[in-house]
Write a protein that binds this ligand. Structure first.
Ligand SMILES: Cc1cc2nc3c(=O)[nH]c(=O)nc-3n(C[C@H](O)[C@H](O)[C@H](O)COP(=O)(O)OP(=O)(O)OC[C@H]3O[C@@H](n4cnc5c(N)ncnc54)[C@H](O)[C@@H]3O)c2cc1C
Length: 418
């Protein structure tokens, strides 16, 4: 088949790989001059067992009842009156979260994660791409959670078949020797099977490899319309059009714009978060693997010789220098609190970034048929788009080629949200 993909973020590039491996002729259309310029620009790069809950760190946070140390920054902040669309969306998300708990969402996320890891391994064996990967995730605990809270967390981890270790203070410090000696640590949870990596570097490497195998990449092509032609679809952009047998929309926050003329919409919202990347100045005191500060809801990862710290969640706020300054301050303070010796406090941040995570109320991605002939979806990955990228891409490949899927299609398709 001749297949078009709209969007060269992590999802679009992973989908191109899967569809090319299945023997299709693939073209990717990207509106920017380069790939990975939107949500895939500077994520934390954590590939962790999000099956614990679609809202990730928040779930650990809530189960352990730790309380947020910086609530104004860490909780979802919403701008708008009670009737505004961000508030309506947040209410719907809360209602769905309460109803679902982990029971219905867990199996879908678990099988997607497993698939994602297997496909990533397969891809690495085939193409050997540098993704600056590191293994292991530490969740240090400043105070001992209650026995009931710990029981609930370990119950959830075991139910999700997630391998974990409970560490005392000495074991925690042995895993991360750079941890501040001033911080009181009651212990930690260690997830040895979680990974982190540089999603942008990896997807650029993958894109280059695919181009040598015949992938057609059309940058600076903003797709303005998609029509069903009966036998396939026609993609239109400012200076032309082209026919394909099918198209996969991996268009992130622009997905609804492309679906609107077909009267199809995702009940999605862009939640903005921040990341700061900074050069390590003292390697022996730097984190060796990913660390989550549960009380501040921030993620710290290695990106080669840099560190990246991310956090915050905003809905309905425009980008502003003041909010970005506050975010920078909050992120760097937390980094210096945990690993004070690894960067020069006076050192300027290499990169401060605000990115949007397109999220639907149940927190799962939307992958499958759109209901419009010839148009498929692989979008709305929330905070897990990098970690699940290979799993979602393989799932859409299985659906498009009529194979049986490892994840229940009903758990991920658009129909579930109607
Ligand atoms: C601060 C932060 C931290 C994060 N941390 C993690 C993490 O630790 N682990 C994890 O798994 N995920 C994380 N995420 C989420 C992850 O980054 C996203 O889920 C993922 O990048 C989404 O990829 P995507 O390809 O779907 O979207 P995007 O990267 O946004 O790609 C969509 C592409 O489509 C293009 N496009 C859209 N419309 C058109 C059009 N009409 N014509 C042509 N091109 C078009 C856009 O230009 C864009 O390049 C994080 C996100 C943020 C913001």
């Amino acid at each position: 088949m001749k297949i078009a993909i709209v969007g060269a973020g992590i999802a679009g590039i992973a989908t191109a790989f899967e569809l090319m491996e299945a023997g299709n002729e693939v073209s990717v259309f990207e509106q920017h001059r380069a790939a990975g310029e939107e949500a895939s620009f500077a994520p934390s790069g954590l590939m962790w067992p999000c099956a614990i809950n679609p809202w990730g760190a928040t779930a650990f946070q809530q189960v352990l009842q730790l309380g947020l140390a910086r609530p104004a920054f860490s909780e979802l902040q919403i701008q708008g009156g009670v009737l505004s669309s961000p508030r309506r969306w947040a209410r719907r998300q809360q209602a769905v979260a309460k109803k679902l708990r982990d029971s219905e969402v867990l199996p879908a996320l678990q099988s997607l994660e497993l698939l994602a890891m297997q496909r990533m391994q397969h891809l690495q064996e085939m193409l050997d791409i540098n993704g600056q990967f590191s293994q292991g995730l530490l969740l240090p605990l400043r105070k001992e959670p209650s026995a009931a809270a710990l029981y609930e967390l370990t119950r959830r981890l075991s139910a999700a078949h997630i391998d974990y270790q409970r560490c005392n203070e000495a074991e925690t410090r042995a895993i991360e020797p750079g941890l501040a000696t001033e911080i009181q640590i009651a212990g930690a949870l260690y997830l040895p099977e979680a990974w982190s990596g540089n999603g942008r570097l990896f997807s650029q490497g993958l894109l280059q490899a695919l181009q040598t195998h015949g992938l057609q990449l059309h940058t600076q092509h903003a797709i303005s319309g998609i029509q069903s032609t009966g036998s396939g679809v026609r993609l239109q952009w400012a200076s032309g059009s082209q026919d394909f047998d099918a198209v996969v929309l991996c268009a992130g926050t622009h997905t609804n714009q492309l679906l609107r003329p077909h009267h199809v919409q995702l009940p999605s919202a862009p939640i903005h978060s921040y990341s700061a990347s900074i050069q390590i100045s003292e390697e022996s005191l730097a984190p060796r693997r990913a660390v989550i500060d549960l009380e501040n809801n921030m993620i710290l990862t290695r990106q080669g010789s840099r560190l990246r710290i991310s956090g915050g969640a905003e809905l309905g706020y425009p980008d502003s220098p003041e909010r970005s300054d506050d975010a920078r301050h909050a992120l760097i303070s937390v980094l210096l609190e945990w690993f004070p010796g690894c960067i020069q406090p006076s050192q300027s941040i290499l990169q401060m970034w605000r990115g949007a995570r397109l999220t639907v109320p149940d927190g799962l991605p939307v992958v499958g048929a759109s209901g419009i002939p010839g148009i498929w979806l692989n979008t709305a990955h929330g905070g897990f788009g990098w970690g699940l990228s290979m799993g979602c891409a393989h799932h859409v490949r299985q659906l498009m080629t009529g194979q049986s899927t490892s994840t229940d299609p009903a758990a991920l398709d658009l129909q579930r949200l109607r």
